[in-house]
Design a protein around this ligand. Structure first.
Ligand code: CO
Length: 152
């Protein structure tokens, strides 16, 4: 199983590079492994930098569906924003309130390398924004208010 790297690992702070349109076997394998580790850790999303690969790939588990999002580009976002609690597998035991756009439209490549367009709102829009931030070296703790440590 792949290891999730945690803050303050410098790889979490690097800007990730786009993936070529033709997905190699290596990329396909990486996507499968990212899915495995996300599901094993009960995450709702995982970005490639979190497993130490600075490339623009995200996996999301949302409402029984698994989404693979490669080279995401937000082409539209709502003016309206709202606050909600977030955490992150790379920042264990911390939670905080983060302000995000309520809805967005996204262009990306799927696991077949095919261009897709997606409209998302609510939690899914939030997860997408959190994960795209990872691709740009941004962590939710950079934006959060009321950061809280949780010890079990
Ligand atoms: Co995260």
């Amino acid at each position: 199983m792949l290891k999730i790297i945690t803050h303050p690992n410098p790889l979490l702070r690097k800007k990730s590079q786009p993936v070529a349109n033709v997905l190699t076997d290596k990329i396909q394998k990486l996507i499968t492994q990212m899915m495995e580790v996300m599901i094993a850790k009960d995450g709702v999303g995982l970005a490639a930098p979190q497993i130490g690969e600075n490339i623009r790939i995200i996996v999301i588990a949302y409402k029984e569906k698994n989404l693979v999002i490669i080279n995401p580009k937000i082409i539209k976002k709502s003016l309206l924003k709202d606050w909600a609690e977030e955490g992150c597998l790379s920042v264990p035991n911390k939670y905080g309130q983060v302000k995000r756009h309520k809805s967005l439209t996204l262009k990306y490549l799927n696991e077949g390398g095919k261009e897709q367009k997606l409209k998302a709102s609510g939690l899914l829009a939030r997860i997408i924004q959190h994960e795209i931030d990872h691709l740009d070296g941004i962590l939710f703790i950079d934006k959060a208010k009321d950061l809280t440590d949780i010890f079990y």
